[in-house]
Design a protein around this ligand. Structure first.
Ligand SMILES: [Zn+2]
Length: 264
């Protein structure tokens, strides 16, 4: 008798709960209307861009260098490796990035990095799944580039770790934010030359002893923020390969591309 009463009460409350849920959704849209992630003008749904900002993103599509992931200045259906990659081969195997790091993309990343906006994660996860469609094939593990502890405190979260977790769920690939560790403090890379960047991060990363077994013979995709000269990605790839990784590819939100590279 008692349990049937409880069931009747639950049945009565379920539609009320559903109604409250829907009402709360509408209410939150009213209190926090969806805004463009870049310019904060009203848009139709949360976590998107407005019609003015959207065309300002220079997505990197094929044809691109198979190693560096930079756009190529000529059309090609073949797998092409750029002269830059042949002249100075990186320590990682292949890099992919969603878009050029300029204009709207720069504003979007800067806003999310320093503005504590988790709402961009869904959008970037979608874009990164597309940009990294080939490198995510046959991948065993996603490893985010770790932030220095001081920077983690000031920003409160590691964007690359959030993206690795979102991609892990979306592609059903395990992620491990503890596979790489910063073993020494590094100055911010902003404003440094290519050579200075290389020296700044050389030997800064290590795979902790306890993580070696999980890295051995694994195909890894390193989740990075912005590839500028590739110095950080290289230092991380070196550490992962030293620990026995079979392959290390990089998937980033954006990469710096020579502005003289024409847009096809
Ligand atoms: Zn906008």
């Amino acid at each position: 008798m008692r349990s049937s009463h409880a069931e009747a009460t639950r049945n009565l409350l379920q539609p009320l709960g559903a109604f409250c849920g829907k009402a709360a959704g509408k209410l939150s849209d009213f209190i926090l209307p969806p805004l463009c992630l870049v310019c904060r003008s009203p848009v139709l749904g949360h976590g998107g861009l407005c019609a003015t900002c959207w065309p300002g993103i220079d997505f990197i599509e094929r044809p691109r260098c198979d190693v560096l992931g930079i756009p190529l200045p000529f059309p090609s259906d073949e797998t092409v490796v750029s002269a830059a990659a042949l002249a100075d081969p990186p320590d990682y195997d292949r890099a992919r990035a969603v878009a050029r790091y300029d204009g709207v993309m720069r504003e979007l990343i800067h806003g999310i990095k320093y503005g504590d906006r988790h709402e961009g994660v869904k959008l970037f996860c979608l874009w990164m799944k597309h940009a990294g469609d080939d490198v995510l094939e046959d991948t065993d593990l996603l490893v985010p580039v770790p932030l220095a502890r001081m920077r983690l405190w000031s920003r409160r979260f590691n964007q690359s770790a959030l993206l690795a977790r979102a991609l892990s769920r979306a592609r059903d690939i395990p992620d491990n934010p503890f596979a790489l560790k910063r073993i020494r403090w590094t100055a911010s890379q902003v404003g440094l030359s290519t050579e200075q960047r290389k020296q700044n991060v050389a030997g800064a990363f290590q795979v902790p002893e306890a993580q070696h077994a999980g890295i051995l013979d694994q195909n890894i995709v390193l989740i990075d923020d912005v590839i500028t000269t590739g110095a950080t990605a290289n230092a991380c790839a070196k550490a992962l390969k030293r620990a026995g990784a079979a392959r290390v590819d990089v998937l980033a939100r954006a990469r710096v591309v020579d502005p003289l590279t024409p847009r096809l």
